[in-house]
Design a protein around this ligand. Sequence first.
Ligand SMILES: Nc1ncnc2c1ncn2[C@@H]1O[C@H](COP(=O)(O)OP(=O)(O)OP(=O)(O)O)[C@@H](O)[C@H]1O
Ligand SMILES: [Mg+2]
Length: 304
Amino acid sequence: MPAVEMHGVSKTYRRRGRPPQRALDGLDLVVEAGGVHGFLGPNGSGKTTTIRVLLGLIRPDAGEVRLLDRPVPAALPQVIGSVGALVETPLFFPGFSGRLNLRLLADIAGLPYTRVDEVLALVDLTDRAEDRVKGYSLGMKQRLGIAAALLKSPRLLVLDEPSNGLDPAGIRDVRELIRRLGRDGSTTVLLSSHLLVEIEQVCDHVSIMARGRRVVTGPVGQVLASRSSGDVRVRVPHLAEAAAVLTAAGFAVSPADGGLLVHAVPAPGEITRVLAEHGHYLEELTPVTADLESAFLELTAEPA
Ligand SMILES: Nc1ncnc2c1ncn2[C@@H]1O[C@H](COP(=O)(O)OP(=O)(O)OP(=O)(O)O)[C@@H](O)[C@H]1O
Ligand SMILES: [Mg+2]
């Protein structure tokens, strides 16, 4: 059973005196249960709108939405208790400690305080739990927000660009936390991001959005591999000889800043073998992935 299913979902924002904004244009999105599903798209592609529709915060104009196998918004009251979300920067009482803030939320939800300590440990805030929230870094506040979203042990956790605005250390902590949650297995995580590298680092599956539609979906490795060039950069001490050996073995080779570029290589290990057989030993063998970023830009580009 998928955690999220959206079919043909459209949403146009209409405000008096403004041109209508079509945010979703027949969106299809399926998030299978388990692991971390990335929801990647450039600014304004409709990620936040999708999440708002999913959580019943706004109504779509058309389409079908199912959350944990129940229709949304009709069955929202029955499922929303199993969904945790971090959509905007969470609001906490700045003068209270992280632990007290979570205890207040636990009181409202009828959860035991032992659960508060569990989620504090999960997000690695146990040591700072007694400090006031106003003394927390942005990254700590974000992790406290994720802790709050985790309180009721949700089956689905929705995070809308959780590393926005964080410094590199904060980003690393949040990404590590999300990876850990995905491995844990009891929660499906839907993570929106406009950063390809974040999706690569954290997600198992990805759906890429552009202009309110899904342009591609699948396991991250597969989606990215199908977009990578298949070129491999090779560095060896004797470039000309190595190039001759590789060409004789049937590879397409061209020189590239101090090394060789071997084109459309299905199995890079072949390069190692062929060169070693002729007494050339590799200093470097790197698949060329630099064009992933441009592939993403191409996929999501505005039509001219
Ligand atoms: N409340 C609103 N009123 C009018 N237009 C809106 C509103 N919210 C979003 N939009 C428009 O809908 C489109 C999609 O916006 P959305 O916020 O869903 O994109 P996003 O992918 O989350 O972008 P970002 O990466 O910048 O967060 C944009 O053109 C945006 O200007
Ligand atoms: Mg957004």
